[in-house]
Design a protein. Structure first.
Length: 256
């Protein structure tokens, strides 16, 4: 690992892919973290607590892990970085945890699932995560054919000063739309959507920046969504909304 060339916390992989080294990610993806056992106990305790509370008001709780780019794009890592299966996300074996890495890796790669010069997944990667959510709750959801897919050249990078061409979706027909946004940036942002079809289930989602394109898709599949940019489960909000589904979409810093 010490021969890997790192500049300003960033290293270059194959075919122009850039990767960050924040939050000790290299230690975690290579299976060298010394905290795996303790973390797994705390993780399961937290999920059990949230799930029990959610089921107590008649809802279903899901924990969605956005895979780290280093894992989803492991084929483009430099040879010096070898991904281990002894990782946090791999060790979690629960029906209420959605880790869409297999869907991202196994589905036909019609588009790049992650941006080359950004830490986040592309709109296509977000669609793969959306399909994983639909599968977890037995919901038909949108298909690729329900969306328009176009390349845009204005992709903003958080790993480079350059922009990049990236794939974006737009909905051919929309029944869901957002009716409220408190316009706060990052933590504390609150959005609310409603749908013409009020027979659809209701959703509360606690999210990070990965969910930005995801919630646009979810708005088509739920009658009402309350979206909170906050990583912790808020019992008061869940009790107020009484949703059918609650999703905690994890910050990528916590689970790879």
């Amino acid at each position: 690992m010490d021969i890997l060339e790192i500049k300003n916390g960033i290293f270059e992989g194959k075919d122009g892919y850039l990767f960050h080294t924040n939050e000790d990610v290299l230690t975690m993806i290579t299976g060298k973290s010394a905290m795996l056992d303790k973390w797994l106990v705390r993780f399961n305790q937290t999920i059990d607590m949230n799930s029990n509370h959610c089921s107590g008001i008649g809802g279903k709780y899901l924990f969605l892990i956005a895979p780290e780019k280093h894992i989803a794009c492991r084929a483009f890592l430099p040879d010096e970085v070898v991904v281990s299966d002894n990782r946090y996300a791999v060790l979690v074996k629960r029906d209420d945890v959605i880790y869409p890495i297999e869907k991202i890796l196994s589905e036909p790669q019609l588009f790049e699932p992650y941006l080359r010069k950004n830490t986040h997944w592309s709109h296509y990667g977000a669609f793969m995560a959306y399909r994983a959510v639909c599968d977890a709750i037995n919901m038909p959801g949108l298909s690729m054919d329900d969306l328009n897919w176009e390349y845009h050249g204005d992709g903003v990078s958080d790993l480079s000063e350059e922009t990049e061409t990236h794939i974006k979706f737009s909905k051919k027909h929309s029944t869901g739309h957002f009716i409220y946004d408190n316009a706060k940036f990052k933590i504390g942002n609150l959005k609310i959507s409603t749908n013409v079809n009020q027979n659809l289930p209701r959703l509360v989602i606690f999210r990070d920046s990965f969910a930005a394109p995801l919630i646009t898709l979810l708005a088509e599949s739920f009658s009402r969504i309350v979206v909170v940019a906050y990583r912790w489960y808020l019992e008061d909000l869940v009790e107020l909304e009484k949703p059918d589904i609650v999703i905690s979409q994890v910050d990528r810093k916590s689970v790879v």
